[in-house]
Write a protein of this length. Sequence first.
Length: 487
Amino acid sequence: MLEVLSVASEAFPLIKTGGLADVVGALPAALAPHGVSMRTLLPGYPKVMAGLEGGRELSVLDNFFGGSARLVAGRAGGIDIIALDAPHLYDRPGSPYLNPSGVDWSDNWQRYAALSFAAYELGRGLVEGYQPQILHCHDWQAGLVPAYVRYNAPIPAKTVLTVHNIAFQGLFGWEIFNGLRLDFRAAGEQSIEYYGRISYLKAGLQTADALTTVSPTYASEIRTAAFGMGLEGLLRARADSLHGILNGIDTGEWDPAHDEKLVQGYSVATIADRQRNKDALCARFGIAPGKGPMFAVVSRLTWQKGLDLLLPLCDSLVAQGATLVVLGSGEPGLEAGFRAAAERHPGRIGVQIGYDEAVSHLIQGGADVMLVPSRFEPCGLTQLYGLRYGCVPLVSRTGGLADTVIDANAAAVEAGVATGVVFAPVDQDALDEALRRTIALYERPGVWQKMQRRGMKSDVSWAASAEKYADLYRDLLGIERDADFDD
Ligand code: ADP
């Protein structure tokens, strides 16, 4: 088996703020059939330490980024975890990244440098009998790992960095440099510098052996000024090392036939049973049952997600007979905007501000349309859950949304390949038009149900992508693809 250490700041089911956690949590099981044994290194947040089953100490790290720490191995949700138990860094309530006032913890530079350094130490063979061959790093929080490998004492492991969202770059002032334990040569080169500051993401992009991002379209987009957020030049220079590998979903966790968070399970053959979930959803969100489609949002409420474009269209949606449920949290202006829309339209618009995993499942299993009008979307998972649950996705044509949903234009409907509604450009007029088109499609039950069924049957699993990751690992290690990997 190939030994891979996945390094991330969150993983479902222990700690989740977004899609990153779902992906990190799903990868180990997805990769196992491809001869990959994956352990996942996580910060020892309270939820991680509490959720760890059968924890056993692997190593003690004295004087570790301002305190003493331990590496503790255990299992959770069927995956092998190594937790970096460092109470001075992680034993804090609430969000992993933000303090109770909603601002980044001021020592985040140290919290994630420590995570990355621990990965490097594991790669150096810190724990007897455990030698990862690949360090697979996720996002800026693990971005320093390849930099440690490049500049500190060399280690045998190869590095892969996956960009889940290039908007988050881990930017800090140079005053932190001496606290990083990064060889001083790193300061003399361009690798970690980003417009006068240090960027953990750029450090990783510059130094990892291979780069991946979570969809082919996003892999192209981030090489352009419109999407690269200042890193497009570097990504163009490293184009040969950059791979777009589409995210899949955990089809066990997200299975409408066996989802205990639904009121009623269903399959393609029993799709009419969805109605019971819709009824429950109506009750939960105070929506009066009616004839029109029920649109839904399950999202971080941020500029990225384009939901400010939806707000002014709420009145028109209701006027057309549709209803809307929103589950999300984020920017105060958007939260207030959706609350106000719900107050204007009691019984037609329902809003729950906050994070609620169970309700997110019920929405997928009961609503008619999953709205994802993002300005940019590296992959997006909610449209994939939507496909699997017969909650038809309405998405903007960007990133992974463009790669996963086939627009119901006349030709696609005729050919029987449509799985949702796709619009561009990402502006209010185009969204308005897409909402109207969706309502018109909903009014043709035959067409609509075919679209639902097709989505439910489409392959949103990890099967194809897991193989691509496994191939990439083997390429880096110079192992033949078809070699017998059991040793
Ligand atoms: P991102 O990672 O940019 O937030 P994704 O679509 O990739 O977007 O993943 C979002 C994940 O977070 C999905 O699993 C979605 O169901 C979940 N999610 C987002 N907001 C909420 C919420 N308020 N309550 C429950 N789950 C949510």
